[in-house]
Design a protein around this ligand. Structure first.
Ligand SMILES: [Cu+2]
Length: 174
């Protein structure tokens, strides 16, 4: 009776154990499922954060795409060097657009191959640089933000003095 009594108990116990094991397996599988789901969520989050991560890259591209501020600018000033629409060669600066930070000096290393003086004059920006013949270093310093037109105020090539890219251009201070 005791055996028969135990047997039913054993018999009764076994199915629940099997069930428990099955439940345990299903719990493990469930946990794996949750982990996989979490990984999937992570992947989704990673995918979701990629556009956010791309934003700074876009900003960097924007910054590098925008005119960079120059620390030192090497340029030449030459008489009768740049063709104009009239088919003639005109006086010109090799660089006519300058980019600076407000209050931060930019070094201009200018080789004026002409025998005459030229200038970079932008009264609105407080800039007045006399460019002597020969190789000289000047400091371009702008104390307020803006886009200022400059021109050579020394009487030289009339066409050049009146046209951007010759004896005229812009100083952009940011
Ligand atoms: Cu000039």
């Amino acid at each position: 009776m005791a055996n028969s009594g135990q047997n039913p108990e054993t018999t009764e116990v076994v199915p629940p154990v099997t069930t428990k094991v099955t439940r345990g397996v299903s719990l493990v599988l469930g946990a794996v499922g949750v982990v996989l789901a979490l990984i999937a969520v992570d992947v989704v989050l990673i995918n979701g954060t990629q556009p956010a991560q791309a934003r700074p890259v876009t900003q960097v591209v924007k910054i590098s795409g925008a005119p960079t501020v120059q620390q030192t600018v090497d340029l030449t000033v030459s008489p009768g060097v740049k063709p104009g629409p009239d088919g003639k060669l005109h006086d010109a600066f090799s660089v006519t657009n300058f980019y600076v930070h407000v209050g931060q000096p930019v070094k201009l290393v200018i080789n004026n191959t002409d025998t005459a003086e030229h200038s970079i004059a932008a009264p609105d920006a407080g800039v007045m640089i006399m460019v002597k013949p020969g190789m000289h270093t000047y400091t371009l310093l702008v104390r307020k933000a803006g886009r200022f037109q400059w021109l050579c105020m020394m009487p030289c090539d009339p066409y050049s003095m009146a046209h951007d890219g010759y004896m005229r251009g812009y100083i952009t201070a940011s």
